[in-house]
Write a protein that binds this ligand. Structure first.
Ligand code: MRU
Length: 326
C-alpha cells in the first residue's frame, strides 16, 4: 500500500500495488518517491512478490525473485537507498537448502526490519538536527524530505517535527521545486497538515528571501552522499547551496546512513536520472512551452561537499572534511 503522491494535494489516495509492473511504474512515475521511501517500497515490494511465489518450486521461486529484484532495484538510478534495500531483502532470502516458504518469510522479516529502521533513523536525525536549531528560527527547504519521503518523520523536516512536538516552532520556507512541484504539492501539504507554519516560494525567490535576512538555515535531504560528502539531491539543491554560501547561511544535509554511498568516491561519477522533457514543457496538464522544444531535465544535481556546512545522519552531526567509509 502506498499513498499516491502524484494525487496530492488534491486527493489523499491509497494504492494497492499487487504485481511487479505496478510496483515499478509507481516508483518511476513518483507515485512513491523520496530516497528512503522508494527503498522501503522496493523492499516491501520484493517481499510481497516472494511471499506470493513461496508455493512455487525452488527454481521458479529463484527466477521470480531475481527478476523482481533486478527490476525494482533499477527502477530509478540515483537514490542509493533503492538498490540497497532491495539487495538486503534479496540477500536475506539466500538460505542454502531452505524451502521457498522459509526463504520468503525471512525476506518478509528483513523488509519489515528496513521499515522499522527507517522510522528509527528519521527520529534520530530529528534529535541530532534539533541540536543545531532553536525555536523561532526560519529554515528554507527544497523538494520534499518529510514524512512523505520516508517511513518516519522525514529527514530534512525531522528536526522541525521533533521540535514542534516539544513546543519549539520552526517556520519553514518551501521552494516549490520545479518541474514536479514536490515542495508545493507535498512539503507545503504535509507541514500545513501537521500545523507547522510554512511559506511557499517559487524556486527563483530563494535568493531574495535569503537576502532579506529571514532564513537562519537551509535543511535539505539527499538521494546519495559520496565518500567525500558530495550530495546528490533534487535538481535545484546545488543552486540553493551556492546562495546559502553567498549569504552566510548554514547549509545542512540530513539523511539516513542508508543514503551514504562510500563506494562512490565523489559526486562526478553519480548516475543522475534524466527524465522526460514533457515534465518541463507541461505544468498540471497544461502545455507551457512550444511543442517539441528541446528540454534539459535532470531529476537531481550534485552539491559539492565544499558548500555543505554539516551532514546530519542518524549517527550524529558530521562536519567537513567528510570521509564516509564502508
Ligand atoms: O524525485 P524525488 O521526488 O524522488 O526526489 C526526492 C528528493 O530529491 C529528496 O530531497 C530526497 O530523496 C531526500 S528524501 C528524504
Amino acid at each position: 500500500m502506498i499513498i499516491d503522491q502524484t494525487r496530492l494535494p488534491g486527493a489523499l489516495v491509497e494504492l494497492s500495488l499487487t504485481d511487479l509492473p505496478a510496483m515499478v511504474e509507481a516508483i518511476q512515475s513518483l507515485r512513491v518517491r523520496g530516497a528512503p521511501a522508494i527503498g522501503v517500497a522496493g523492499a516491501i515490494g520484493l517481499a510481497v512478490l516472494a511471499t506470493r511465489a513461496a508455493t512455487d518450486n525452488p527454481a521458479t521461486f529463484d527466477a521470480v525473485i531475481a527478476e523482481a529484484a533486478q527490476a525494482l532495484a533499477t527502477a530509478r538510478p540515483t537514490a542509493v537507498n533503492l538498490a540497497w534495500a532491495v539487495q538486503r531483502v534479496l540477500a536475506a532470502g539466500q538460505i542454502g537448502g531452505a524451502s521457498p516458504s522459509v526463504r520468503a518469510a525471512t525476506m518478509r522479516a528483513e523488509a519489515i526490519a528496513i521499515v522499522d529502521e527507517d522510522i528509527a533513523m528519521c527520529a534520530s536525525i530529528g534529535a541530532h538536527g534539533a541540536s543545531l536549531l532553536r525555536g523561532g528560527m526560519s529554515v528554507l527547504t527544497h523538494c520534499n524530505a518529510g514524512s512523505l519521503a520516508t517511513a518516519g518523520i522525514g529527514t530534512a523536516l525531522a528536526p522541525v517535527y521533533t521540535m514542534y512536538a516539544r513546543g519549539d516552532v520552526i517556520r519553514v520556507f518551501a521552494d516549490e521545486t520545479r518541474p514536479l512541484l514536490q515542495g508545493a504539492r507535498l512539503t507545503a501539504w504535509e507541514l500545513d497538515r501537521a500545523g507547522v507554519p510554512v511559506t511557499l516560494l517559487t524556486d527563483g525567490m530563494a535568493a531574495s528571501v535569503m537576502r532579506s535576512g529571514v532564513i537562519d538555515a537551509v535543511l535539505v535531504g539527499a538521494d546519495r552522499i559520496a565518500a567525500n560528502g558530495d550530495v546528490a539531491n533534487k535538481i535545484g539543491t546545488y543552486g540553493v547551496a551556492v546562495l546559502a554560501r553567498h549569504h552566510g547561511i548554514p547549509f545542512y544535509v540530513l539523511a539516513p546512513t542508508s543514503t551514504l554511498d562510500p563506494h562512490t568516491l565523489h559526486g562526478d561519477t553519480m548516475h543522475i536520472e534524466m527524465r522526460d522533457g514533457d515534465e518541463v514543457r507541461n505544468l498540471g496538464g497544461v502545455t507551457t512551452a512550444p511543442a517539441g522544444v528541446m528540454v534539459y531535465n535532470p531529476a537531481f544535481d550534485v552539491t559539492p561537499a565544499a558548500l555543505v556546512t554539516a551532514i546530519i545522519t542518524d549517527r550524529g552531526v558530521f562536519h567537513p572534511p567528510f570521509h564516509f567509509a564502508s
